[in-house]
Write a protein that binds this ligand. Structure first.
Ligand SMILES: [Mn+2]
Length: 235
């Protein structure tokens, strides 16, 4: 950790850590997993109505499972005031484990160029979270994209990393599908399962403002036990 409440990762990740100067932006919204839900994203952006001085940061998983991954990639990619980290579903495309026929090579090159962490003073956006059992410099890309439960059996059983991470930084994350956003001093979870028929959530930390747009329908199935309804917002 350095003086402004941001982590210093090891070499491999620090090269993929984008640092933002918060003072250069007016509002900074963080948006949960979009998963190809372009219509819902457009609805959310209409509600936020960002100016060129407002920044929109995505927690990753822009793609897969939903109806229009390419449309989401093109929208974010072409917007100078939007940024995203790389989620585990982007990683699956890059590793060739999954394919999305609509994506062109230049889309994949853009996805490959995305950072795995975006930070500003006291805050950090990653796809899944941080592992409080590890030193910051010991984290891997895999950790930041996949951490969830700290229990030996993993999955959707507590305790979760965000129950143990104290911060700073306050970590903004997706990946774990939530019935309601988690908004705590140490962490904010924003994947409200849009592609599963939930909602798409944006959060502006300085204003403590949450904006949600309901999904038009469920585009993908998910068992109920993989929706987490935590004791909300108790640390
Ligand atoms: Mn996801």
């Amino acid at each position: 950790m350095n003086g402004d409440g941001r982590p210093e990762f090891g070499d491999g990740i620090e090269a993929q850590h984008e640092r933002i100067d918060r003072s250069e932006w007016d509002r900074v919204y963080v948006v949960g997993d979009v998963h190809g839900c372009r219509e819902e994203l457009e609805g959310l952006l209409s509600a936020l109505d960002p100016t060129p001085e407002d920044l929109v940061v995505f927690v990753g998983d822009l793609v897969r499972k939903g109806p229009d991954s390419r449309g989401v990639v093109e929208l974010v990619r072409s917007s100078p005031n939007m940024r995203s980290v790389r989620g585990n579903n982007e990683e699956k495309l890059l590793r060739g484990e999954k394919r999305l026929p609509g994506l062109e090579k230049d889309d994949l090159d853009w996805i490959a160029s995305l950072p795995v962490a975006i930070s500003w003073e006291g805050a950090m956006v990653v796809h899944a979270g941080v592992d409080p059992r590890k030193p910051t410099a010991g984290h891997t890309v895999e950790d930041l994209q996949n951490v969830r439960s700290l229990a030996p059996e993993g999955g959707y059983t507590g305790p979760y990393w965000f129950d143990e991470h104290e911060g700073p930084p306050r970590v903004f994350f997706g990946h774990t599908v939530l019935e309601e956003p988690i908004v705590r001093p140490n962490a904010a979870g924003l994947d409200t399962g849009c592609v599963y028929g939930g909602s798409l959530t944006a959060y502006e930390p300085r204003r403590d403002e949450t904006v949600r747009v309901d999904a038009g329908r469920a585009y993908s199935e998910r068992p109920d036990e993989k929706f987490l309804s935590p004791a909300p917002n108790s640390a």
